[in-house]
Write a new protein. Sequence first.
Length: 283
Amino acid sequence: MIKLRVGGVPEHFNLPWLLALEAGRFAPLGIDLTWRDYAGGSGAMVKALRDGELDAALLLTEGAVAGIADGAPFKVLSLYTESPLLWGIHVPAASRLKSVADVRGARYAISRRGSGSHLMAVVHAQAQGWPVAGLDFVTIGNLDGAVEALAAGTADVFFWEKFMTQPLVDAGRFRRVGEFAAPWPAFVVCVTDAAGGEQRDALVRSLTLVLGEAGALRARPDAAAVIAARYGLAPSAVTQWLATTRWSARVGVARRDVEPACVALSSLGVLTRGIAAADCIAN
């Protein structure tokens, strides 16, 4: 059996991995796959890949580019989703901030430097024509940390995937003042440089299986109800999410898939060094 340690955020995008695991679908492929949830998001998984805790991870495209630019020992093996992530722009329910325009100059809660919540705040500020050099960031660790920080008034605004935060909006803890679609595919599959050929082949076989599982999940008439029950979401919100989400139709990645993130992040000065798409992709 080939051992694979794979990590991802504990969110609906990754349910196909869990369904495949629960159904015992990896063992017949000769793969002993262990899944680990990382509530801290892409920044936490970059650290785990760097520290040798994982062989592969499902990272936000921008988080993967930032990690590789910073010298983390992994590369992008494949797209995972072809559709972009829809970020919600959240403030405390009682905040004086009423619109996206009011967010200028606010304190951003971020899970950690190099995370999606950090990088997309910068990308969004640039898209608004705001200066990005002096943005104020407050590190909060994860979604729970953001809830605490916004409630305590130590941060003002928080970027996170729109549908995962909907229960907090519905409960009156967050208020969403806007949305922002990332201008590139949401998630990529990354593999450590230390992974040997057998592990990489096993990862390709695993991903092929999981993408098939994703297609089967989407085809289920009760897909929205299954996902909603698993993640504490409203079925109507999940229906909207399914309508905007496309898992990759293939295993693999092209330069054009990561080039927009490389160009944007390099130009914003948020990377340790500028990086080209070719330098991000596994050989």
